[in-house]
Design a protein around this ligand. Structure first.
Ligand SMILES: [Zn+2]
Length: 198
């Protein structure tokens, strides 16, 4: 079997390389560029391998961007669903997030009412009034405590959500930045090392 030799120009420095036809990858002896030898139907030419790798890398980064965008979307819609479940609605239908002020204010009002009833009923020995006043104190204590705890849990969930979202967004913008500045053009350095061109 005879070995066919072909001549291919180095895509990086232009040197003529004589190669065994079966070779697919070669390092240019003149400029050390890593080349892929591409056999088209009519021509044979070389491709700088770094560029191929760079292009693959760019494709991978694009996929990463898509995945990150999907992740952010999912996170946002999960949070919105959670809000719809947990929040109450005002008269206009806007969501009202649980906060610790409304239960605290309501608690103070209920406690004041309970105390007034107790103070008014005590000296006259109106037992029913005393019992009602005490009941208001006890019930409002637990309702207020529950409301405040719910607000705290909601705030913790929200800060977790925001933290996660910021993390994903930062990751996304760093990948986008890298992709935008990655030099897709051929690297121009010939690196000839003083060797003559044939
Ligand atoms: Zn070369």
């Amino acid at each position: 079997m005879s070995v066919k030799v072909t001549k291919v120009a180095c895509q990086s420095c232009g040197a003529n390389l004589s190669l065994d036809e079966s070779i697919r990858f070669v390092t240019c002896g003149y400029c050390s560029a890593q080349l892929e030898i591409v056999h088209d139907r009519s021509t044979i030419h070389s491709k700088i391998l770094n560029e191929v790798i760079k292009r693959q890398d760019a494709v991978e980064q694009e996929l990463r961007i898509l995945r990150l965008e999907k992740k952010i979307q999912r996170l946002e819609s999960e949070w919105e669903n959670f809000r719809q479940r947990v929040c109450s609605k005002d008269r206009q239908g806007n969501l009202v997030e649980p906060n610790r002020y409304s239960p605290a204010i309501m608690g103070v009002c209920a406690w004041t009412l309970g105390l007034i009833i107790i103070v008014a009923s005590g000296p006259n020995e109106q037992w029913l009034g005393l019992i009602i006043g005490l009941a208001i104190l006890i019930v409002s204590y637990f309702v207020t405590r529950h409301g405040i705890r719910r607000a705290k849990e909601f705030a913790a969930m929200r800060s977790r959500y925001l933290h996660k979202r910021t993390q994903l967004k930062n990751e996304l913008s760093s990948v986008e930045r890298r992709l935008r500045f990655s030099p897709m053009k051929r690297s121009g350095k010939p690196g000839r090392r003083g060797r003559p061109h044939p």
